[in-house]
Each structure stands twice: as structure tokens, then as C-alpha cells.
Design a protein around this ligand. Structure first.
Ligand code: PLP
Length: 281
């Protein structure tokens, strides 16, 4: 497997990560996960735009420009002959003697690699079970930062309960999942938390809003409560790797009919159409 380190594509074993890398010591960096379908990086431009925004919110500069990054990532996918899988990309603030404040001199360290992964087809078809838990993360969840402990603890709670995802709430308002966005359908309208500082502005969430618009499904980017979540006709989670996954239960309570709902299914079909248009490069 080849890895992109700064602007060099090289073998994994040739990579050296410094013990004083701030990504490693402080989680001081940003990342992206990008899906590859049929050899194409899906919505690559949107992921890179979000990466640049996350970096800029942390006052970090990427090692080179956007165009070069797009070229190198496409090259990495081609060199690894990846057909179905993901790209993981992270950028840390760089290497410096350990001290919390920004170092005077440090250069961002960029790493990207790819791995094979099949689509979660049976989960997409049958739905997932979830739990509800408190959102204990910081107040800048719009930054896709390497600090993921709030998400890690929530996901582990879900796994310990035999579930796939943890849906998070702040004082009774549903925010998102530990690694997904959450939407509900009530009486034909789709509700999802507004894209503010309390959620990650998911690329899949954005694609879903486009699909809903195409399908004339009314959308309200509004907060909804835990009560509304349990009373929803349909609930689904979305992410680059989970796509649009119907939620069939939360804390062992059945959602809607307990099977994937009709509007979720229509959105899944519209999403599928977008994937199908991708030709092998
Ligand atoms: N929300 C959180 C907290 C996430 O970590 C992720 C993805 O990892 C998402 C939402 C979904 O974002 P995207 O659709 O861009 O993958």
C-alpha cells in the first residue's frame, strides 16, 4: 500500500511519524474520510473544501494548495488501484517541542492512505439499532478535528449495548450521531439539525438535502427534541462510510414500523443514482 506523506507518494514502511508531532500529542490537526466508488473519489472537491475550512478555523495552513492536493489524492487512489474503499487524510500542525501554544515554526504534516471497504449493503437494507446518549463533545463540532474522544466514548457505549451508533443530544436537543448526521421524517417532512457549531457539516447530509430537493421532499434544517426523535415516522443516520442508513431502534424502542421507511428508501435510491453515474477513470 502506498501512502501520501506531504507531497511524496511512498511505501507505508518508509513513513516516519515524529514523537513530537502535534497531531499525536494534542490531536492538533484535522482530517477527512472520502469514499471511493468504482475508482473515483466521491465528492472529493467538497471534502477538500471542508478540510481547508477546518484547518483555517484552527489557524493552520496546509502544506500546499488545493489543486495539488486533489491531483495527489487522485494519483494515490490510482497507484493503490483502489476500486471500492476509503481515503483517510489527516493534517497535523506539525512537529515542535511539546508546549500547548502554537509553535513559532512548524510545518503542517499531511498523511493520506487508502483502504478497501465494501459498502454496508445489509445495514442499508435492514437498518441499524442505536442508543441515545449525552453529547459531551466541545462546542466546535463543525471543525473535523483529530480530537475524537467524545465520539469514541459514545460509539463504545453503543457497541457495548450491541448497537451500531450512538445518537447524541444536548439537554434534550438531538445534535448528530457519534460519527454520523441524524435526520428524522415526520408527516413527510425531513428535519435535520442546522449546520451550525454543534454538528459536523456532513457531505452526505448535504447530498441528502440535494436529493430531497430533487424528490420534492420538504426539508427543515431545524433542531428537534429527543421526544420528536422517538415519535418520528422514520429516522436515518448518514455519513461517507454509512451512506444513508435507516434507524430501526433507539434504546431498544422501535422507530416507526421498525423497518426502513419509504422516504428513507427514496433518498437511498436517489443517492444510489449519484454513485452509478461514476465511471471507472
Ligand atoms: N458527524 C460526525 C460527528 C462525523 O464524524 C461524521 C463523519 O465522520 C459525519 C457527521 C458525517 O459526515 P460525512 O457525511 O461528511 O462523512
Amino acid at each position: 500500500m502506498k501512502v501520501l506523506m506531504n507531497d511524496q507518494i511512498t511505501k507505508r514502511n518508509d513513513i516516519i511519524i515524529d514523537i513530537e508531532d502535534r497531531g499525536y500529542q494534542f490531536g492538533d490537526g484535522v482530517y477527512e474520510v472520502i469514499r471511493v466508488y468504482n475508482g473515483n473519489a466521491f465528492y472529493l472537491q467538497e471534502h477538500i473544501t471542508r478540510l481547508i475550512r477546518s484547518a483555517s478555523e484552527l489557524k493552520m495552513t496546509l502544506p500546499y494548495n488545493e489543486e495539488r492536493l486533489l491531483t495527489l489524492l487522485n494519483q494515490l487512489v490510482a497507484e493503490n488501484q483502489l476500486i471500492e474503499g476509503n481515503i483517510y487524510l489527516q493534517v497535523s500542525r506539525g512537529v515542535a517541542p511539546r508546549s500547548h501554544q502554537f509553535p513559532e515554526h512548524s510545518e503542517a504534516v499531511l498523511i493520506a492512505y487508502t483502504y478497501k471497504a465494501a459498502r454496508p449493503l445489509s445495514l442499508l437494507q435492514n437498518g441499524v439499532s442505536t442508543i441515545l446518549t449525552e453529547d459531551i463533545r466541545w462546542l466546535r463540532c463543525d471543525i473535523k478535528s483529530l480530537n475524537l474522544l467524545g465520539a469514541v466514548l459514545a460509539k463504545q457505549e453503543a457497541v457495548d449495548a450491541g448497537c451500531h451508533e450512538a445518537i447524541l443530544h444536548r439537554n434534550g436537543t438531538v445534535t448528530e450521531g457519534s460519527s454520523t448526521n441524524v435526520a428524522i421524517i415526520k408527516e413527510g417532512t425531513l428535519y435535520t439539525h442546522p449546520a451550525d457549531n454543534l454538528i459536523l457539516h456532513g457531505i452526505t447530509r448535504q447530498i441528502i438535502l440535494e436529493c430531497a430537493n430533487d424528490l420534492c421532499i420538504p426539508v427543515r434544517e431545524e433542531t428537534f427534541t429527543v421526544e420528536q426523535l422517538f415519535a418520528a415516522d422514520e429516522v436515518f443516520i448518514s455519513s461517507t462510510t454509512m451512506e444513508i442508513a435507516p434507524v430501526t431502534s433507539i434504546d431498544q424502542k422501535t422507530i416507526g414500523s421498525g423497518t426502513p421507511g419509504p422516504l428513507t428508501h427514496r433518498l437511498q435510491q436517489a443517492f444510489e443514482e449519484k454513485i452509478k453515474t461514476l465511471k471507472h477513470p
